[in-house]
Design a protein around this ligand. Structure first.
Ligand code: MTE
Length: 321
């Protein structure tokens, strides 16, 4: 197996971004200040997301599945729902306000490709057909920060079974909406919109692969990827594509958004591994957002027991980038 082992070196936080646009903490703090002012002027941040647009709101809170434990403190709701990556709404972490422009109803989801019959279904109807639970998952961004959150949603495997893919289907491609009129980031033509991600069918059927529809016992806030987003906690966060409108079964490995931008830095597999540095920074440790602490990163983000088996015979692949 080709694993590039680099010396662990700490990166200035300003460089810990999946592209050349640097995150400036001061800007975030200023932005939060602005949000505070806006809140006192009547605009409410959406971390409750209990507005009329919320999809299948009566399903929350769902019963917690005790099989998934965090092994660390849960991130505060206010933090997890106000420190986001969602490039469709801007490249800073503070996209709560622009993300409110996203219209959630109607939200048509298309399931197509190598399936017996294409399906177009409203997100609400889809969610109601699925076995919904709540799960505590760790979430590790490639930028070397992490959170620990309670998602609500359903196993991706249930959607795969619902789609009934043909036996030749090897991959599941997932795409975010394409609406530059609501998401001004999509007017930036140099990005390969729509945001696209993919998993192998085996990964999609793994018990951990999850479609999250809510967080903290409430419907998903727009900034976290409403009405449905992927959560694959053993992979870097960029794999967890938000606000999905299309699931396509295919026999060709899909080219992902980040691969299309910079394939030398962001690969298809993107499994978490503290020993394999990003070309521009170490992955050995992670900042636990909201605590000011750094902790060691674990291989597969600590989920090796559930997923290591998937990669047994794939030694020639770049599994960790
Ligand atoms: N999905 C879309 N459509 N657009 C994005 O910019 N960012 C990814 C991922 N999914 C992203 C996306 C990245 S880099 C991360 S770390 C997670 O979403 C962040 O999810 P969060 O904001 O809920 O923490």
């Amino acid at each position: 197996m080709l694993i590039k082992r680099r010396r662990g070196w700490e990166l200035p936080e300003s460089q810990a971004t999946p592209e050349a646009v640097f995150f400036d903490r001061r800007k975030l703090l200023l932005g939060m200040g602005a949000a505070g002012i806006a809140a006192s002027a009547g605009w409410r941040p959406a971390w409750g997301a209990t507005d009329a647009a919320a999809v299948a709101a009566d399903l929350y809170p769902a019963k917690r599945n005790p099989a998934y434990e965090l092994g660390r403190d849960m991130t505060e709701e206010k933090v997890a729902t106000s420190y986001n990556n969602f490039y469709e709404f801007g490249t800073s972490k503070n996209i709560v306000k622009p993300a409110q422009a996203l219209t959630l109803k109607p939200w048509q989801v298309k399931i197509d490709g190598m399936v017996a019959k294409d399906i177009t279904i409203d997100a609400e109807d889809l969610i109601r057909k699925m076995p919904v639970d709540e799960r505590l998952y760790r979430h590790r961004c490639v930028e070397a920060w992490s959170m620990a959150v309670p998602w609500t949603g359903f196993p991706l495997r249930a959607l795969v079974d619902f789609a009934a893919p043909m036996s030749g289907a090897k991959y599941l491609k997932m795409e975010t909406f394409s609406r530059p009129q609501e998401a001004s980031g999509q007017k930036q033509f140099w990005y390969p919109w729509p945001y696209t991600e993919g998993l192998t069918i085996e990964e999609a059927r793994n018990e951990l692969a999850y479609i999250a529809t809510g967080i903290y016992g409430k419907p998903m806030p727009k900034q976290n990827g409403a009405p449905l987003r992927l959560a694959v906690p053993w992979k870097y966060g960029f794999k967890s594509v938000k606000s999905i409108v299309r699931f396509t079964f295919t026999d060709k490995r899909p080219k992902t958004f980040w691969e299309a931008l910079q394939d030398g830095e962001y690969g298809f597999w993107a499994n978490v591994n503290p020993m394999v540095a990003h070309p521009r920074w170490s992955q050995a440790t992670e900042e636990v957002i909201g605590t000011g602490k750094r902790i060691p990163t674990q291989i597969y983000n600590g989920y090796g027991e559930q997923v290591a088996e998937l990669y047994k015979n794939l030694g020639s692949e770049k599994l960790f980038m």
